[in-house]
Each structure stands twice: as structure tokens, then as C-alpha cells.
Design a binder for this molecule. Structure first.
Ligand code: X8Z
Ligand code: ZN
Length: 607
């Protein structure tokens, strides 16, 4: 239609130019213009993204791809232009903004319009394929009606339910293998995505996209990789102790022929599609029987929690710290429930669609403990947004992306048995050492089990994006890393066309993952600092900052900095330390680790 055409032409925004022999004030003016333009462009693309993610169709995919194309075009041009400012002596804010501009994209596009358009299309398609992913069983009955067969299709939620319940070995195997068929067709698209985005990364001055991804942490890409190894080395012994103990219990349940008592664990038996968090196998590995129940899901169901009530509960924790309530629009615009009439991206996320406190979450909430935790996680993102939305858009980000992922989780660390008892979600607070070990085991199954997974995902991508690993070896490399870091193997030989990385959301959605590894460590560091601010003296695992305004003020101070300062400054503001540090998580789990070591005596641990 004519009017639409005019509107879209008017929206065309082109990157500002840097004059010859630029002065500091030219750099400042450039950054100011980029901030203005990006707010407009990002608002348009995230609006289109929101619509697409809550209603996947070919049209909404094309619409989102087109908006993203414009953002990519603008950013590539602006970054190239900004390189002309590299010798100008700029003030700290301008320098920070220019740096953030350069590292702002997870998917940089080439300058060539056709290639850019292709890249935007691939990105939208891949995420859509994941969102629509279903497994319809083997239709091996000749003449069986395809339509009839569709009725038996199962999505991620339904297939995950099988693993969560942990029933028969074969049923879990079927659900796991079934889900891993949804990504087979992604492989050729992913290969093109890698090629085109690498081209884009080169155009803005990086050797490849892997370098760009590792460049966003105020240090060189090589130093960042070393930093992740340093942190991983700190926590690996704790993971090994847990792996060893869990393996013994799984081997007991399924038999040594299915779970070798000395080898790696099969990926489908940990109660989670990716074996990334293991708390669903808690009943199998519970250290002490006859202790007070920690079953929060039962409590939620008994109190008839619905989706909104669960989110309200999350909000109440944040407001107890003195933070503001969520805006009214949050409640009007969020997606809490999976719509019945269409495909959506169910993977949980948090948004500020207009970069102006337009907060939302998008989830397909099920009333269970995992979703209870995820609600807090997502609200952590929204509270970050809420506290920095008045900053220029380039500063509207976490101090680093790990910080953003760690906020809600740090709050979750204060969801102690005492807090749950006050809400009536559990009946009794575990009192003695045995009760404590149970509580710690349950938490470690999520927090500690996650660490090697969080560390390996982007090792795979760094290797893929840097060209170290070629398409023919994508799947083999994935499993080599999963074995190396997690001690996990696939349940059987993988088909030649398998593309198992694609069965994990963040790969087709192109979301960098090292942030979650950092967050698992940072959240305990934040928790320790907030507990100190709250004046709590006991052991870290017993602290809850619920209701404490001093802790809230400390948190708020860091949230309001956004990305305006290097992350070490933000870390210092909250913890007094300038280095990410795993001692908090290790101290926290000291009782469990000592107990595990005793249990594992005489065992051959490792794989
Ligand atoms: O993707 C997420 C969040 C959204 S930022 C739900 N997480 C990672 C995952 O699900 O793999 C949170 C934990 C790790
Ligand atoms: Zn998150």
C-alpha cells in the first residue's frame, strides 16, 4: 500500500559521517547521533522480534528479518565510520560508547545488501525452526494417514516431561532422540550463517566472529578465553565430585550395562534434554531419606498458583528490597502462557521492547519449581532494564552479559527453605546437617552440574566460528566437548546427518552462551556481597536478603550503571572486588563437597 511504502522510506536511517581530521567534539556528536538512531532502529527491530516470537509465521519472520537487516546495515556502516575516530583523544564516556558500538552485535552482516538480507533471513528461519520443532514419531505404518499422525506430534515441553519424570530407560531414549531430529534440517542453514556472519565480522575489523564474541569483556579475546579457563579450573573439582556421586546412583538404578560405573553418563538420563541442569534426578540421588520435603512444586499446586501469581511472587522479592514495582504495561504486554492456537518461541526471555521501561517477559509457564526459578531469572533482566533505561541506548546493557544473567539468579540464592516455609510452599525447614546436605544437593544439581555445560557451548562455537572445526565435524566436535567438559555422551551412535547443537535453543537463535557460565559464578559472588551489605554473619548458604533495603540499595547502584563503565568497576561497586572469582560458589557448597568426598572414597572418579 502507498502509505506503508512512504512510512518505510521515512524510517530509513543512515549512519552519521565522521568529518576529516576529527576532533573530540566530532566524536561526541557522532556517538550522540548513533544513540538516537539506534534507539529508533532497535525499537523497530525488537517490536518485530516480539511479534515474531509470540506468533511464528512466514510473514512475521520476514518482517523481523527485514527490520534486523536495517539494524545490521546501520551498524556495519556506523562501526566502519567510527574506526576513523581511533586516534582521537576522547572522554571516557565517548570512548566507552565507541567500544560498545563495536562489540554490540552477535551477528554482524557483510556490507553487501544481498548477503545481509540472506543473513537476516537465515537467522529468523533458524530460530523459527527451533520454536516450531516437534517430533511426530516414526510413521512406519504403510498408508498411515499423515494428518492422523500429526496428532501424535510432541513439542519440546511434552518431550521434556518424559525426561523430567525419569521413567523407563527406553521412553527417555525415545524422547531424547525424537527431539534431536528437529535440528537435522538446520545444518545447511547454520553453515551459511557462520560463513556470512564471519564475513561481517571481518569487515568491522575482527579476524572472525569468534574474536568479536570474545572481545566484549574489556580485555583481549585471548585473555578472556584464559579467564574462562581460570574460572573453570577453580570449580572443576566440585563438578567431578558431583558427577562421581550421581553416576553411582544412576548406575544403581539403570544397571551397569546402561550406566557404566566408571565412564561418562548417557545424556538422556539426567532429567533435562541437554543434561545441563540435573535437579529432576534429585529423588534418585537424595542423600538422606526421611528429611523434610523440599518439593516446591507440590506447594505451588496446593496453593493453586497460576502463571500470574507466580510472577507476582517473583516481583514481591524485588520490591521487598526497595526496588520499584513492575510497570502496569508489564502485566498487559507479557506472554505468561503458551497460546493454544499458534507456534511461539517458548524459550523464556525478558524484554524492554522500546528501551524505555517497556518491560515484558515471554514464557510458557508451567507451574513447577523450574519455572519458579526461571521467573526470578527473567525478572532479574527486567529489573536491570528498569534501572538503566534512562541511559543512552549504548549503555543500556549489563556491565558484561554475564552480569545480566546473574541478577535474578543471585536473588534466587536467597530463596532459602526459611523463605519457602514463610510462603507455605514447604512445610518444614530442614534443621540438622542431614537436612542441609539435602538442600545443597538439590541446588548443586542445577548450579554445579551446569558449569561445564556453560563453559563448553561457546567453546564449540568459538571453534566453529574461527574455522578450526569444519562443517563435516560439527557434530563430532560437539560430542567431543560434551565428553571432555561434562563427562556426558550420547545414548548411542548419532546418525550421520545429526546436528545436535541445533537442538539447543541458543545455537539456532545465535545467543552467545559464555554469559551463563559467568553468571553461575558471579551470582554467588553477588550473593556474598549482598549478604554482607545486609549485615548477615552466618555461613553464606544460610543467608537470605529478602526484605533487606541495604542489600537492595547496593544492587540498585550497580544496576543503574548499566554498561556505562568497564565491568570491573561495576563489580567493585557491588563486591569491592575487580575480578570474577569462584571462591564464593566453592565456599557456599563447602558442606556438600566435604560430604561428597566421603561418599566417593574408594571410587574411581572421572571418565
Ligand atoms: O536461556 C536462559 C534463560 C533466558 S536468558 C531462560 N538460560 C540458559 C538456558 O536455558 O540454557 C538460563 C539458564 C541457562
Ligand atoms: Zn537470561
Amino acid at each position: 500500500m502507498f502509505t506503508t511504502l512512504v512510512a518505510s522510506l521515512l524510517l530509513g536511517v543512515t549512519a552519521p559521517k565522521v568529518p576529516a581530521n576529527p576532533k573530540p567534539e566530532d566524536a561526541k556528536a557522532f556517538v550522540a547521533q548513533v544513540n538516537t538512531d539506534l534507539k529508533k532502529l532497535w525499537t523497530r527491530s525488537s517490536t518485530a522480534e516480539w511479534i515474531k516470537s509470540t506468533y511464528i509465521t512466514d510473514d512475521t519472520e520476514r518482517n523481523a528479518a527485514s527490520a534486523n537487516e536495517d539494524v545490521m546495515e546501520y551498524l556495519t556502516a556506523a562501526i566502519k565510520e567510527s574506526l576513523k575516530l581511533k586516534d582521537v583523544k576522547v572522554d571516557a564516556d565517548t570512548g566507552r560508547a565507541l567500544y560498545l558500538l563495536k562489540v554490540s552485535q552477535a551477528l554482524p552482516a557483510p556490507g553487501d545488501a544481498a548477503k545481509r538480507s540472506k543473513l537476516a533471513e537465515l537467522a529468523a528461519k533458524l530460530e523459527g525452526m527451533y520454536g516450531k520443532g516437534k517430533w511426530c514419531g516414526k510413521n512406519d505404518v504403510p498408508g498411515k494417514d499423515e494428518k492422523e499422525d500429526k496428532k501424535h506430534c510432541r513439542d519440546l515441553q511434552q518431550l521434556s516431561d518424559v525426561l523430567t519424570k525419569g521413567g523407563k530407560y527406553e521412553d527417555q531414549l525415545e524422547a531424547w532422540e525424537g527431539w534431536h531430529t528437529i535440528s537435522v534440517d538446520m545444518k545447511p542453514l547454520y553453515e551459511q550463517l557462520v560463513e556470512l556472519s564471519n564475513e561481517g565480522a571481518k569487515e568491522i575489523g575482527y579476524g572472525n566472529l569468534s574474536e568479536l564474541w570474545r572481545a566484549g569483556y574489556d580485555m583481549s579475546p585471548a585473555d578472556f578465553e584464559k579467564e574462562t579457563d581460570r574460572l573453570w579450573t577453580q570449580v572443576k573439582p566440585l563438578y567431578d565430585d558431583l558427577h562421581c556421586y550421581v553416576r553411582k546412583q544412576l548406575s544403581k538404578k539403570y544397571g551397569a550395562d546402561k550406566v557404566s560405573p566408571t565412564g561418562p553418563l548417557p545424556a538422556h538420563l539426567l532429567g533435562n534434554m541437554w543434561a545441563q541442569e540435573w535437579s529432576n534426578v534429585y529423588p534418585l540421588v537424595e542423600p538422606f531419606k526421611g528429611q523434610p520435603s523440599l518439593d516446591v512444586e507440590a506447594g505451588l499446586k496446593k496453593q493453586k498458583y497460576d502463571e500470574k501469581k507466580l510472577v507476582k511472587l517473583g516481583e514481591a522479592f524485588f520490591t521487598s528490597l526497595g526496588l520499584d514495582p513492575l510497570p502496569a504495561t508489564f502485566w498487559e504486554r507479557s506472554q505468561f502462557k503458551k497460546p493454544q492456537d499458534r507456534d511461539v518461541v517458548c524459550h523464556a526471555s525478558a524484554w524492554d521492547v522500546t528501551f524505555d521501561n517497556d518491560l515484558r517477559i515471554k514464557m510458557c509457564i508451567k507451574i513447577d519449581e523450574e519455572n519458579f526459578t526461571t521467573v526470578h531469572h527473567e525478572l532479574g533482566h527486567d529489573y536491570y532494564f528498569m534501572n538503566y533505561y534512562k541511559l543512552p541506548v549504548l549503555f543500556q546493557a549489563g556491565a558484561n552479559d554475564g552480569f545480566h544473567e546473574a541478577i535474578g539468579d543471585a536473588i534466587t540464592r536467597s530463596i532459602t527453605p526459611g523463605y519457602l516455609k514463610n510462603l507455605g510452599l514447604i512445610k518444614e525447614v530442614p534443621k540438622d546437617d542431614k537436612g542441609l546436605i539435602n538442600v545443597q544437593m538439590k541446588e548443586a544439581l542445577d548450579s554445579i552440574a551446569f558449569l561445564p555445560f556453560g563453559r563448553m557451548i561457546d567453546q564449540w562455537r568459538w571453534d566453529v566460528l574461527s574455522g578450526k572445526v569444519k562443517p563435516a565435524d560439527y557434530n563430532a566436535h560437539w560430542w567431543a566437548l560434551r565428553k571432555k567438559y561434562q563427562g556426558i555422551v550420547p545414548p548411542g551412535p548419532r546418525p550421520a546427518n545429526a546436528f545436535d547443537p541445533g537442538a539447543k535453543y541458543h545455537i539456532p537463535a545465535n545467543v552467545p552462551y559464555m554469559r551463563y557460565f559467568l553468571a553461575r559464578i558471579l551470582q554467588y559472588q553477588f550473593h556474598r556481597a549482598l549478604c554482607q551489605a545486609a549485615g548477615q554473619k552466618g555461613p553464606l548458604h544460610s543467608c537470605s536478603i529478602y526484605g533487606n533495603k541495604d542489600a537492595g540499595a547496593k544492587l540498585k547502584a550497580m544496576l543503574s550503571m548499566g554498561a556505562s563503565k568497564p565491568w570491573a568497576d561495576a563489580l567493585e561497586a557491588i563486591t569491592g572486588q575487580r575480578q570474577m572469582d569462584a571462591t564464593a560458589i566453592i565456599d557456599y557448597f563447602a558442606p556438600l563437597q566435604a560430604w561428597l568426598k566421603k561418599q566417593n572414597e574408594g571410587q574411581t572418579c572421572g571418565w
